[in-house]
Design a protein around this ligand. Sequence first.
Ligand SMILES: Cc1cc2nc3c(=O)[nH]c(=O)nc-3n(C[C@H](O)[C@H](O)[C@H](O)COP(=O)(O)O)c2cc1C
Length: 319
Amino acid sequence: MSDRRLSDWAAALGLAAPIVCAPMGGVAGGRLAAAVTRAGGLGMIGMGSAGSVPALERELRALDAGAGSGGAPFGIGLVAWGIARDPELLDRALAAGPALVSVSFGDWESPGGDAAWIERVHAVGAQAVTQAATADEAKRAADAGVDAVVARGREGGGHGDHREPLHALLAEVVRAVDVPVLAAGAIGSARDVERVLDAGAAAAWVGTAFAACEEALTPPGAREALIRGSGADTLVTRVYDVALERPWPRRFPERLLRTPFVDRWHGREEALANDAAARAAFAAAVDAGDYSIVPVDAGEGVGGVTRVRPAAEVVALLR
Ligand SMILES: Cc1cc2nc3c(=O)[nH]c(=O)nc-3n(C[C@H](O)[C@H](O)[C@H](O)COP(=O)(O)O)c2cc1C
């Protein structure tokens, strides 16, 4: 349905559908990216808190294997504090020939902020994109030179600045910036896509709906949690980050599916930080892949994830 209204932005990237598979660390690897691109959307490789140059190289190899003859567009999504910690990640991403590079969860507060990546992305002929949680943040990013901005509503899965619901945010961002605006947060159907296009978005940036796809890196136990989960089971929290001492900035908690461990410690993160035994037990559960304890990142649209599907089927559901 939405194909008939392909935005200039999506057409310029050579997409057949205005669908971007969001970069998701530990989920969106090369196989998923290749499958989404083959189905007419834009596939992206995500490097989150566990991102590294070897992990990126592994996923680029999987992308090549999945893309067949190659040449199809793909994106790479990084996190700002990740490339500050490991600048080689950006070097390697740029060398891979992506059509789009996103760097999210940075600091647009100071003029110029940590926006040096934008020029580097442009120098390789790729689009520079970032996710924004407020119109002000979107405006700062646009002023710094990004080619498109993702209005990411608080419904969205994974880390972020969960403030406004998508539709209020999208309207504000569309008014605030002149660059194309993408929309993210609990988008899981063709109607959802149609609605954001009607509101002025150039494309949908979709995470959770692709997270249980057969091509995703998602382990089986995490897929089952996604299939069981509903939006009401999601919570925005720092419990996982505190438990594993992950270096996510405090202002970007994550939306995930609650587990008894999360319920026990949410709101008591400082106590958790001081409880070495609880943290060790959690780390052991992570190593064992025990998803009765370890929470899975998911947005409020997770109820729409009802089975493991090929990514092409999800793209078809969205268009
Ligand atoms: C499992 C998971 C991992 C994510 N990892 C990243 C990441 O590494 N980098 C990033 O920019 N965004 C990441 N995100 C956020 C997505 O880019 C996007 O904002 C979000 O998925 C949109 O909401 P939805 O999940 O409701 O579709 C992640 C989201 C999920 C669900």
